[in-house]
Design a protein around this ligand. Structure first.
Ligand code: F6P
Length: 337
């Protein structure tokens, strides 16, 4: 019998519970012992965990969030953090750890693997900006919420003859904004990767308003309107929610076009709620694959999606650079706007 563990780190997203379910079920099938480390790397530093059994995971697949909770803790930024992680490996006699997370969490996993710890990754992020995998769970659920919100705003914008700006999450990459904008046929979609000007945005809004009496703009929170605050977390990220890009954009569009313009911010609403079918399937499959590889002694890799296959990709490939929106996608937006 082996002793294995799983943790979830970074921002939560729908699909994490299916991944916990998949990984746990795979290990229990062969009679291994499974620990759930609480609050990501913080739990590995502090040695806080629960034991996972069939009962703990029997009904979690359809639930958002993560039953193991999460944090944005970086052991490499904490005094004695890495030694504490090693001690938890020893005290629980762990044969291996599955770490589910995005660039930050998997970055830590990759460094721990480099110093000899048996770690396998499960890629997740609603931002969909992780390299080495075609898609991450969390994204489909988040973009579906974005699409739904934009369609709702369309109804009310139409009734009042307004322009409405929807701000969606997405730290460095505009994938959520892109899919929201395309699927809800917004009049303009602003992404961190796309060049923009006030003239261009205002002319699109004015044209849409003149033609059919209302306009919809989607903006990614990662778009820089002006330089802002600089307080960062342990991974060096600023809190983008405080930038209020959507609100500022709406104010400026209103001033420049004379059209009554309002804004709505989705924020963490996009991170909660049940995972879509796609995210459930991806979470379960990635969780099972990661645990399978861990049990067979294959470490330093993550369970990536390539086409419709779950394949082994070195953790290093996931954490070198982010996957951002490409020019082809921006050209597609231009056709639609
Ligand atoms: O990285 C995922 C993400 O959801 C980003 O899109 C967003 O900027 C950030 O997390 C929000 O983080 P927090 O939950 O710490 O507010």
């Amino acid at each position: 019998m082996k002793k294995v563990a799983i943790l979830t780190g970074g921002g939560d997203c729908p699909g994490l519970n299916p991944a916990i379910y998949g990984a746990t079920t795979r290990a229990l099938k062969e009679g291994h012992k499974v620990f759930g480390i609480l609050e990501g790397w913080k739990g590995m530093i502090e040695g806080s965990f629960i034991e996972l059994n069939r009962k703990t995971v029997e009904d979690i697949v359809g639930r958002g969030g993560t039953i193991l909770r999460t944090s944005r803790t970086n052991p490499f930024k904490r005094e004695g953090g890495v030694d504490a992680v090693k001690r938890t490996f020893e005290s629980l006699s762990l044969d291996g750890l599955v770490a589910a997370g995005g660039e930050d969490t998997l970055g830590v996993a990759s460094k721990l693997y480099d110093i000899g710890l048996p770690v396998v990754g499960v890629p997740k992020t609603m931002d969909n900006d992780l390299s080495g995998t075609d898609s991450t769970f969390g994204f489909d659920s988040a973009a579906t919420v974005g699409m739904d919100a934009a369609m709702r705003l369309r109804d009310t914008a139409k009734s009042h003859g307004r322009a409405l700006v929807l701000e969606v999450m997405g730290r460095h990459a505009g994938w959520v904004a892109l899919y929201t904008g395309i699927s809800a046929y917004a009049d303009y979609t602003m992404l961190p990767e796309r060049k923009w000007s006030w003239d261009e945005i205002c002319s699109k809004v004015s044209k849409a308003h003149a033609e059919r009496g209302y306009a919809i703009v989607v903006v990614s929170e990662g778009v820089e309107l002006a330089s802002g605050q600089s307080e960062t977390d342990e991974f060096g990220h600023i809190n983008l929610a405080k930038q209020d890009v959507g609100e500022k954009l709406a104010e400026e569009i209103g001033k420049r076009t004379g059209i009554e313009t309002r804004s709505a911010k989705l924020g963490h609403i996009e991170r909660g709620g049940p995972p879509t079918l796609f995210d459930r399937m991806l979470g379960i499959r990635a969780g099972i694959a990661a645990m399978e590889w861990l049990l067979s002694g294959d470490y330093g890799i993550m369970a990536a999606l390539r086409g419709n296959e779950i394949v082994k990709v070195p953790l290093k490939d996931a954490v070198g650079s982010l996957k951002t929106v490409t020019g082809d996608w921006i050209r597609l937006l231009e056709v639609l706007e």
